[in-house]
Design a protein around this ligand. Structure first.
Ligand SMILES: NC(=O)c1ccc[n+]([C@@H]2O[C@H](COP(=O)([O-])OP(=O)(O)OC[C@H]3O[C@@H](n4cnc5c(N)ncnc54)[C@H](O)[C@@H]3O)[C@@H](O)[C@H]2O)c1
Length: 492
C-alpha cells in the first residue's frame, strides 16, 4: 500500500485529524473474541466509548456481573477498570448500531452441521443475521469490520446484504480485521500483537476506513505492525495462519507415532527440530491433538474453499491435517485400552483436564471429549477433574458425542472438584490438558490411593516421568517408549 495511506495514523509524522474521528465503537458478539478485544480497545482508547452487544442475555448479565462469562488471565482487571467508564455490555443491539461509527462483527462462525458443505463449510448464518441487523438500523456513514473468521470473499456478501435495504443517506465501508489471539494468552496477544491485519478496498473511502481503524489500534500497537492489505488477502491470511499452526501440531504428532514405534524420544526430536530457526520451536509440543473452536473449523473451511475452487490436491493436503489430529486422539485412547489389559469395562479412569488447553475454561472441540468418548465406548467409568471447566458443560459435551446412548453419560461419568478424590480407587490417570497444577500434585499420595498396577497416561508430556516410575507408576507418554516402574516384577 502507498505511504500516504498511513499518513493519518498516530504513529505517523503527518498526523491529520480524521473527520469525524471515531468516538464510539460497537461490537456485535460478546464472546471469546469480542469481549477481550473490545475490553482492550476500551483500556487503550479511553476517549472512545465501546459498546459490546449480544443477543444472549445471560452472557451480557455475566459480563456485567462479578464472574465474567469467560476465563482469561488479566481480563477481569481490565473489564473492572473500564466497565461503566467507556466500556458497556448490553443486549440493546439497535442502540449499539445506531450510536457507533465503527461496528465489529464478532459473532460465531461454526462449521455447518447441515446441508451443502455439512461438516466442512463455514456456517455464515450468524454473520448474515448481524449484517442484516446493521442494514436495518444504521443511518449515516458506518465502518463495518469483519472480525469473525470467515471464508474468502465473505466481506463481499456482507456488503451486498448491507446495501440491499438502505436509503441514500446511509453508506458503509466493509473491512476485514481478523483476530489472531489465542485463548489462554488473549490479553497478552491483544496488548502485544505480532501484527494487526486490516483489509479494505483500495478506493478513497476504503483507504480512509482502513486508516480510521488503524488509528484505533495505533493507540498502543506500533504502526509498523499494522498491516494493510486488500480484503481477500486479509480473509485468507487468517484461515492460512490457523492452517499452518494446526499443520505444525499434526506434523509433530505424526512424528510422535514414529517415536513410539521406534524408541526415538519426541522431546529430543522436537527440541532438535525447533532449534532450526526456519522451523521454530513453538507449536512443536506433541500431544493428544489440537482442540478449540478454531483450528479444525478453519482448516475444514479452507479445505471446502479449495474444493469449491477445484483445487482438489490442495484440499486433500489440508484435510490430512484434520485426519492426523483425529488419528492422534484415537491412537491415544487405544493405547490406554491396550495397556489396561485390553479392557477398561467398569474400570475407574481419572481424566485430569477437560479444557482444550490450559488457562481457559473453554472445552469446545477439546481432545478430552473424544478420548472420553472412545473410553466410554468401551464402558470405562470416567471421573473428570478440571480446574476451570464447567461441570454442566463437561456432561453436555460428552452427551453430544454419545448421541446413540446419551444415558450412558449418566451411568459412566462423574465430575469431581478435587484431583485426589478423582484418582482414588482409579486404575489409571489420563492427563488430557496441560494445566500447571497437575505438575505439582502429590503423586506418592495419589499412587497409594489407586488400584494396582497404577497407570498414568501423560497426553501432554508435562509430568516428571522418572519420579513417577520411582513411585511405582506404569507411565505411558505420547511419543516416548517408557521404562517399567522400579518395583515391577513381571517377567515380560
Ligand atoms: N475463540 C478464539 O480463540 C478465536 C480466535 C480468533 C478468531 N476467532 C473467531 O472469532 C469469531 C467469534 O468467536 P468466539 O469464540 O468469540 O465465539 P463465541 O461463540 O464465544 O461468541 C459469539 C457471540 O456472538 C453472539 N451472536 C451471534 N449472533 C449474533 C447476533 N446476530 N447478534 C448479536 N449477537 C450474536 C453469540 O450469542 C455469542 O455470544 C469466530 O468467527 C471465530 O472463528 C475466535
Amino acid at each position: 500500500m502507498q505511504k500516504d495511506q498511513t499518513s493519518n495514523a498516530p504513529g505517523s509524522n503527518h498526523i491529520q485529524p480524521f473527520t469525524p474521528r471515531i468516538n464510539c465503537i460497537c461490537c456485535i458478539g460478546a464472546g471469546y473474541v469480542g469481549g477481550p478485544t473490545c475490553a482492550v480497545i476500551a483500556l487503550k482508547c479511553p476517549e472512545i466509548q465501546v459498546l459490546i452487544v449480544d443477543k444472549n442475555q445471560d452472557r451480557i448479565n455475566a459480563w456485567n456481573g462479578e464472574t465474567l462469562p469467560i476465563y482469561e488471565p488479566g481480563l477481569d482487571e481490565i473489564v473492572k477498570h473500564c466497565r461503566g467508564r467507556n466500556l458497556f455490555f448490553s443486549t440493546d443491539i439497535d442502540a449499539g448500531i445506531r450510536d457507533a461509527q465503527l461496528i465489529f462483527i464478532s459473532v460465531n462462525t461454526p462449521t455447518k452441521t447441515y446441508g451443502i458443505g455439512k461438516g466442512r463449510a463455514t456456517d455464515l448464518q450468524f454473520v448474515e443475521a448481524a449484517a442484516r441487523h446493521i442494514g436495518q438500523i444504521a443511518t449515516g456513514k458506518k465502518i463495518i469490520v469483519e472480525k469473525s473468521t470467515v471464508p474468502v470473499k465473505a466481506a463481499e456478501s456482507i456488503a451486498k446484504i448491507l446495501y440491499s435495504n438502505i436509503d441514500d443517506n446511509v453508506s458503509f465501508e466493509v473491512l476485514s480485521n481478523p483476530e489472531f489471539l489465542a485463548e489462554g494468552t488473549a490479553i497478552n496477544d491483544l496488548l502485544q500483537p505480532d501484527r494487526v491485519l486490516i483489509g479494505g478496498s483500495q478506493t478513497d473511502p476504503g483507504i480512509e476506513a482502513i486508516n480510521q481503524l488503524a488509528w484505533v489500534y495505533e493507540h498502543w500497537v506500533p504502526p509498523s505492525k499494522v498491516l494493510r492489505t486488500n480484503v481477500w488477502s486479509s480473509e485468507l491470511s487468517k484461515l492460512a495462519s490457523n492452517a499452518f499452526l494446526a499443520q505444525k501440531v499434526s506434523s509433530i504428532n505424526a512424528v510422535s507415532a514414529i517415536c513410539e514405534a521406534t524408541g526415538a524420544d519426541i522431546s529430543d526430536v522436537a527440541h532438535s527440530i525447533g532449534l532450526d530457526k526456519r522451523i521454530g520451536s513453538k507449536y512443536l509440543q506433541a500431544s493428544i491433538g489440537f482442540g478449540g473452536s478454531c483450528f479444525q473449523k478453519d482448516v475444514l473451511s479452507l479445505t471446502y474453499i479449495c474444493e469449491a475452487l477445484n483445487l482438489t490436491e490442495v484440499a486433500d493436503y489440508w484435510h490430512q491435517v484434520v485426519v492426523m489430529n483425529n488419528y492422534q486422539k484415537k491412537r491415544f485412547a487405544r493405547k490406554i485400552i491396550q495397556c489396561l489389559f485390553h479392557t477398561v469395562s467398569n474400570k475407574r479412569i481419572a481424566i485430569f483436564g477437560f479444557t482444550f488447553k490450559k488457562d481457559t475454561a473453554d472445552t469446545r472441540e477439546s481432545s478430552s471429549i473424544y478420548v472420553g468418548k472412545y473410553l466410554m465406548d468401551e464402558e470405562a467409568r470416567l471421573v473428570v477433574y478440571d480446574p476451570k471447566a464447567d461441570k454442566g458443560q463437561i456432561i453436555s459435551d460428552l452427551r453430544e458425542v454419545s448421541s446413540q446412548d446419551p444415558q450412558r453419560v449418566d451411568r459412566l461419568v462423574s465430575v469431581i472438584n478435587d484431583p485426589y478424590d478423582a484418582a482414588k480407587d482409579a486404575h489409571a490417570i489420563v492427563i488430557c490438558t496441560e494445566w500447571d497444577e497437575f505438575k505439582a500434585l502429590d503423586y506418592e499420595k495419589i499412587y497409594n490411593s489407586m488400584y494396582k498396577p497404577a497407570y498414568i497416561f501423560d497426553g501432554r508430556i508435562i509430568l516428571d516421568h522418572a519420579a513417577l516410575l520411582r513411585i511405582g507408576f506404569h507411565v505411558e507418554v505420547v511419543g516416548k517408549v517408557m521404562k517399567k516402574p522400579v518395583n515391577d516384577l513381571t517377567p515380560f
